[in-house]
Design a protein around this ligand. Sequence first.
Ligand code: SF4
Ligand code: SF4
Length: 132
Amino acid sequence: MTQSLGELESIVRKKICMLCTERTADGECGLEEPTGCALFRLFPQVALAIQSVQSDDVGPYIEAIRRNVCSVCNEQAPDGSCETRQMVQCALDAYLLLVVDAIEEATGKTFDKRRIGLAGGSTVSLGPQIQL
Ligand code: SF4
Ligand code: SF4
């Protein structure tokens, strides 16, 4: 990737936090513990997982996130389930398609948005993306 990890994180923060339902009116993260947001707490792993995939299908990205991020996340239960995900409170999971799109765009990779419903004007369905 051409950007540093810090630069990439800034780009993703700008795009995802601004539409995240946890964001407060004054633009801050409304989580009780903002550092607990899995998307940024595990951002190095997130970026590496997404960069390791070359696909226009979202499935391999989901698998890479499960394998490389959820597996080291302290929110995941021993049986592979995740209550935070089930409650749609994991920003990484809820906004996964947009996170992938932001990272792909920032790193100059082409991603066929039509395959995942992100083409201009289409509705993005937010919700648990990672089926364990
Ligand atoms: S929960 Fe995560 S994505 Fe949402 S505003 Fe907070 S830091 Fe940003
Ligand atoms: S879905 Fe759960 S286990 Fe995976 S990153 Fe989010 S909080 Fe962690």
